[in-house]
Design a protein around this ligand. Structure first.
Ligand SMILES: *Cc1c(COP(=O)(O)O)cnc(C)c1O
Length: 429
């Protein structure tokens, strides 16, 4: 049996332990939802106040130059680049993941239309995050492509010479299963297809090597593991061999070669700057900088590699404790056990005789006890209901994991989750 004392000893010996001081976690809360909305860096309120009160309130429009507002999308992109295996000046922080996906998939389709016009398929996973599928569906309709959805284990077989673009999310949002980015990219390239990777559940959670994988396009999220705050801008990366080949379709003035020349004709900026569209949201970008600063603080402690090792230790511990303490409550594991096949979350399932998993109510009962995870609905057959727990090694410790599983044990053992109050659905789950 793993004891709370064992976990406290591991925390005491953890060289990353100090990083949690950079974050504000309310007392009594064990936050296992950083994969959906990262926790607030303690530096964020003062940074927001500085941007609003001094840069905006006092310096007014001069701040575009004096505070460097105008280059914030590129500067944050450069700060983020090492976390995803990109080089300097290859990433910009801008817009949302959905919008950036629209831009890169459009560019990928434009390239395919020129290079291989007979190819008419876009392939993705049926269990991909819905917005990725919706954006792909919309673009396919508009551009005369067919969107083919397959299960994860059918991707290799779906890669035929008819495929123009493969659109995948690196770490699955429901199960936490992680694709072999280099292997899948190589398989797609072998049939002449290009790959768009969504790193929403990877950036800041697992080491990513876009250059090493020879990837084509990538997008990702600022408000999950990067802790940029609600609705934080997303990021976009394009391999330099592709960047200057096509305009992205949202050819706004911030992507222009000389926006303040105010010329009537569009001329795209060189490089990744052409993936900008309109005036950037400076307050939101500034908050994301606080999130990225936490990764800079982790750098002397071993950086992403050390964070990954701790994330795997935390998730291994969670799995082991669930097995030890919650046996007999019909829980199953939806996340692969092998380290190289999973991200930084653990997803549980629950079987039940009457077909109702209880997953939603169990998560609500846990939240009432201060253990914040979330619920993702299944489709009733191949993909079951999920109790989802994200582990952010920047601010979680081993004793937190122990306490979370202890609370899960109590929720299940007491049956309290069956109370009516835990069945009420909210607009956002
Ligand atoms: C969270 C998430 C998104 C979010 O997209 P928004 O445009 O920020 O709403 C997109 N794709 C994946 C895979 C995600 O996990």
């Amino acid at each position: 049996m793993i004891t709370l004392q064992d976990c406290l000893a591991r925390d005491a010996a953890d060289p990353l332990r100090t990083l949690r001081e950079l974050f504000s976690i309310p007392p009594g809360v064990i936050y296992l939802d950083g994969n959906s909305l990262g926790a607030m860096p303690k530096a964020a309120p003062a940074r927001a106040a500085e941007v609003v009160t001094r840069e905006w309130g006092h310096d007014l429009i001069r701040s575009w130059n004096t505070a460097g507002w105008h280059s914030l999308p590129q500067r944050l992109g450069n700060q983020l680049a090492p976390l995803i295996g990109a080089a300097a000046d290859e990433v910009v922080v801008t817009d949302s993941t959905s919008i950036n996906l629209f831009k890169v998939l459009s560019a990928a389709l434009s390239m395919a239309a020129q290079d291989t016009p007979q190819r008419k398929l876009v392939v993705s996973e049926r269990s991909n995050f819905p917005t990725d599928l919706y954006i792909a569906e919309g673009l396919c309709r508009e551009r005369g492509y067919t969107l083919q959805l397959v299960e994860s284990d059918e991707i290799a077989a779906a890669l035929t010479p008819q495929v123009a673009v493969l659109v995948l999310t690196h770490v699955n949002y429901r199960t936490g299963a992680m694709h072999d980015m280099a292997g899948v990219t190589a398989a797609a390239h072998a049939v002449g297809a290009r790959v768009v990777w969504d790193l929403a559940h990877s950036a800041g959670a697992v080491p990513v090597d876009l250059q090493g994988a020879n990837a084509d396009f990538a997008v990702g999220c600022g408000y999950k593991y990067l802790n940029g705050g609600p609705g934080a801008p997303a990021f976009v990366w394009v391999h330099p061999r592709h960047t200057d080949r096509f305009w992205q379709p949202l050819s706004g003035w911030w992507g222009h070669a000389a926006p303040f020349a105010f010329t009537p004709g569009y001329e795209p900026a060189a490089g990744i700057t052409r993936y900008l569209c309109g005036t950037p949201p400076i307050v939101s970008l500034s908050l994301l900088e606080c999130g990225l600063d936490a990764f800079a603080a982790a750098q002397p402690l071993g950086g992403m590699a050390a964070l990954r090792a701790k994330s795997l230790a935390l998730t291994d511990l969670f799995m082991a404790l669930v097995e030890q303490r919650c046996a007999g409550h019909d829980l199953g594991l939806a996340t692969p056990r092998a380290h190289h096949q999973r991200g930084s979350q653990v997803s549980l399932t629950r079987e039940s005789a009457n077909g109702e998993s209880g997953a939603f109510a169990i998560v609500q009962a846990l939240i009432a006890r201060g253990v914040v995870g979330d619920f993702r609905a299944g489709d009733g057959h191949r993909h079951p209901d999920i109790l989802r727990f994200g582990f952010t090694p920047l601010y979680l410790g081993f004793a937190d994991v122990w306490t979370a599983v202890d609370q899960l044990h109590q929720v299940l053992h007491s049956g309290e989750w069956q109370a009516a109050q835990f069945r009420q659905q909210h607009a956002v789950t």
